[in-house]
Write a protein that binds this ligand. Sequence first.
Ligand code: GTP
Ligand code: MG
Length: 258
Amino acid sequence: MSNDENTAFSSEMENALSTYQEDFVRENLMSDSFLDFVEQNTKPIDLLFAYYRCAIMEVETKFNVLDESLSVELDRNPIESIQTRVKSVDSLLRKMRRKNIPLNLSAIEEKIHDIAGVRVICSFPDDIYELAEAFLAQDDITLIARKDYIRNPKPSGYRSLHLIVEVPIFLKNEKRNMKVEVQFRTIAMDFWASLEHKLHYKHDLPPERAQALADELRDCAEQIEHLDQRMQAVRNEIVTYNKENPKESEFPGFPLIN
Ligand code: GTP
Ligand code: MG
């Protein structure tokens, strides 16, 4: 075959192959029977993820209620913001592979505790413990695990209080206990963790530079902890002063509501 004939032949082969691939996908992977098979097989996992979303709603509401009630009591909101997320399927599969978890739904529910995640960002460090204790005191919350990375920071410098809890969700005919990971952080701790997460991976630095940057990030975490403590001290002084020097009412003896 000449060169021209050769080129024409390979392009004909490529076209035939691509037509064959498209026909294969249409007739097999897009067939009714295969799509029914996919639906039947993904329904249990879709349902499980729906349960985790319900558990997140329950927990988020609990924190909104605590914030609302404490805001009246303390005259300020201890929660700055709440973020929630359900683990993505690909990160769930990666974790199952990493931890060698059997490929069935009950193993997933039992062994993976962070499919439902709620992050509570607080104003001051003390708010974290006050909220966590109030949350854990609720009689439908069961503590599964507590990791205090504020009192015992990770080697990276990471600080947060993590709770794994079980919360009931009420379905049409059943009550189900779902696990949720709750992470409590101050705004300052969250600032560090968010940026460190962005900087942490996908770099190819030589080991000694990587170590120097890790040290730098840990140092930043320590400075941030120091700032949190200073802000907390300012708040404590104001609270103590206000307690010791209550404002005199301009209308003594005339309560509006008894
Ligand atoms: P995972 O398999 O990642 O869930 O680890 P684990 O089950 O041992 O839980 P761990 O107590 O380490 O907390 C996991 C979560 O905390 C992560 O998904 C992050 O959100 C956060 N986290 C833990 N360590 C760090 C860290 O060094 N930097 C940042 N930015 N986040 C961290
Ligand atoms: Mg995790």
